[in-house]
Design a protein. Structure first.
Ligand SMILES: Nc1ncnc2c1ncn2[C@@H]1O[C@H](COP(=O)(O)OP(=O)(O)OP(=O)(O)O)[C@@H](O)[C@H]1O
Ligand SMILES: [Mg+2]
Length: 583
């Protein structure tokens, strides 16, 4: 696009403009049309304004729309097109397609392209609509809103709502005698359902199982995704105006059952599919305006086999964890944001004896355990003006959990007063597992000791193990590693310092794990249960054999892994014989 033919953004794009702004827009549009169409400019401009205005619907609806609205839409749509072509299409003529797969056959696809600059980009391509089809879509959308006489969310599952809307659109087309081809109607229904029932323009991204998170840092900026293969890449999905983004944020929040507003501008919640979502509203807390991050839910959690295949953990370490978890050891998995703490805790919990009573406590439901005797609980934030109505906190849940006499208590993430209660629970003989945001053992201890957790040192020593997890670059790839496993041995009687013992460490050069040979936790378990050293060594070795066998046989699916662990608990000899026989 040459500068000559560029429409200048004299007023920042938004949905409605004031009188003065409209004057400026009119002048700018007139001059832009003048440059493009010379003598015909005035006529063309008039036509385009009318055309744009009438795209809101048929004749009946056009009467309602005003000239100014047409002007606004025209101005906005030219700018949006310009932005798109500047940031994407120009580059794309030189782009190479790296990968392409379907997201919602036959309407939405993902295409990964490498732009000339070397930048990878995730392109969502959806069934294109002609101008005529776009007009029909808007017309049917309006009629649909008019005709909707039920709160669709009450109809039940998404599939039921989808069916209901399909029928409704069918009857609208018939009753209003809308002339439309079968193929066009299919596309239009795709968009209506995408917007009404699902996730609007991010729906294709939500359907891609290879995407881990989706983040939007503000309007006019491309959404970023974390892709399992291509890692953090920008997409071609953009919220064009602050208004469009705000509207979308309100809609997303509605889907979580919460409310977002200027008074309550930050929301951390779960979507109906259990994806975790964080939202900020307008410019209250984030400078670039509303924003959101979605951590997509994995239907099947990562298993120990997968974590070993990725080399997040070694079979030797896994065997050690398995054994001490069976014996109710307590531990913290610590690390930075999104390094995989919750995933590791979930994976470790699968080692808990199948019959054990487990209570879990989370801010948002993330854990998935196979145990029948598992009681999951999730906090409820207060509602009402003061936010004080019936709020149920981690602390409340934990106090309640203690009464259930669980063998294991799992806390999704400790950050406040509930940490004290958890450690007390551990001190009185419960097993405990939790994640904590901290990047080293020292930092974790420091956090536990200071506000708002305030745990006294002697209590901290009742935690058996701190595992530090990291996300690092290794060559071309970003990987997740349990970089060190450290035992808390006790207090130095003289200095009152916390004594720790490194037991496993990751060596970044060789990308392998070193075992330091002496485990105090294991020794404590042996003492407590009267187990001999040989017996313990044999157990560790047997479990390592089972784990390595699972890796060799590629037994990685959640259900299968759970089954293997269960059968080991039931009859270890039988399983080991089977493995030795190579079947
Ligand atoms: N070892 C791993 N290898 C590859 N991907 C992983 C691994 N662990 C977790 N993931 C993926 O990384 C993402 C973040 O994982 P997870 O929620 O466990 O991290 P977290 O540290 O608990 O994050 P937060 O700080 O937000 O609580 C998820 O999409 C998950 O599937
Ligand atoms: Mg987490």
């Amino acid at each position: 696009m040459t500068e000559e033919f560029k429409l200048n953004e004299v007023v920042p794009v938004k949905e409605k403009y004031g009188k003065e702004e409209l004057k400026l827009i009119t002048l700018e549009l007139a001059s832009y049309y003048g440059r493009r169409f010379g003598g015909n400019a005035e006529k063309r401009l008039k036509e385009d304004v009318q055309k744009t205005a009438s795209s809101g619907g048929g004749k009946k609806l056009f009467a309602r729309l005003k000239w100014n609205e047409g002007l606004t839409t025209l101005y906005n749509s030219i700018l949006v097109e310009q932005r798109k072509s500047r940031s994407l299409i120009l580059d794309l003529t030189q782009a190479v397609i790296v990968d392409r797969y379907s997201l919602n056959e036959p309407f939405a696809y993902a295409t990964i392209v490498k732009e000339q600059s070397g930048q990878l980009r995730y392109m969502v391509t959806e069934a294109p609509l002609s101008t005529e089809e776009k007009r029909r879509l808007e017309e049917i959308r309006e009629l649909m809103i008019d005709e909707l006489d039920v709160d669709v969310k009450r109809l039940g599952s998404d599939k039921t709502i989808e069916e209901y809307l399909r029928k409704l659109v069918g009857s609208i087309v018939k009753n209003y005698k809308i002339k439309i081809g079968e193929e066009s109607l299919k596309k239009i229904i795709y968009y209506l359902i995408r917007d009404f029932v699902y996730f609007d323009k991010i729906d294709p991204l939500m359907r891609d199982p290879r995407i881990e998170d989706i983040s939007c840092n503000g309007s006019t900026l491309p959404l970023y995704v974390w892709h399992r293969e291509y890692e953090s890449i920008p997409t071609n999905v953009v919220f064009e105006t602050p208004e469009e983004l705000d509207k979308f944020i309100v809609k997303l929040t509605y889907m979580t059952g919460r409310a977002i507003s200027i008074a309550q501008p930050v929301v951390d919640a779960s979507l109906p599919d259990q994806s975790r979502i964080q939202l900020t509203y307008e410019k209250e807390v984030t400078r670039k305006g509303s924003s959101f991050t979605i951590r997509k839910f994995r239907e099947r959690p990562l298993t120990i086999t997968e974590l070993m295949i990725f080399n997040t953990i070694s079979p030797e370490m896994a065997a050690w964890f398995w054994y001490i978890i069976e014996k109710q050891a307590s531990m913290l998995v610590v690390g930075g944001t999104a390094c995989g703490k919750t995933t590791t805790v979930n994976m470790l919990s699968m080692f808990i004896k199948p019959t054990a009573k487990i209570v879990s406590i989370e801010d948002t439901a993330e854990l998935q355990l196979p145990h029948e005797n598992w009681l999951p609980s999730v906090v409820r934030t207060g509602f009402g003006v003061s936010g004080k109505i019936a709020e149920i906190t981690l602390f409340d849940l934990l106090k309640n959990a203690m009464r259930q006499r669980p063998e294991y208590i799992i806390v999704g993430e400790v950050r406040g007063g509930e940490a004290y209660t958890l450690v007390q629970a551990i001190a009185t003989g419960h097993g405990g597992l939790a994640t904590l945001h901290a990047d080293s053992v020292e930092a974790s201890i420091h956090r536990l000791e200071s506000e708002p957790m305030n745990i006294p040192r002697p209590l901290i020593t009742t935690i058996d193990v701190i595992a530090v997890q990291i996300r690092v670059r290794l060559g071309e790839k970003s990987v997740r590693r349990i970089s060190s496993v450290c035992e808390i041995v006790g207090l130095d009687p003289a200095t009152k310092d916390i004594l720790t013992n490194d037991i496993f460490k990751w060596d970044p050069k060789a990308d392998s794990y070193t075992y330091y040979g002496r485990s105090y936790v294991l020794e404590k378990i042996m003492r407590r249960h009267g187990i001999s050293y040989e017996e313990a060594a044999r157990e560790l070795n047997n479990r390592r054999l089972v784990l390595e066998w699972m890796m060799r046989e590629n037994i990685r699916d959640y259900k299968d892994v759970v089954e293997v662990i269960r059968s080991y608990y039931l009859n270890p000899t039988e399983l080991l014989n089977k493995i030795k026989a190579g079947t």
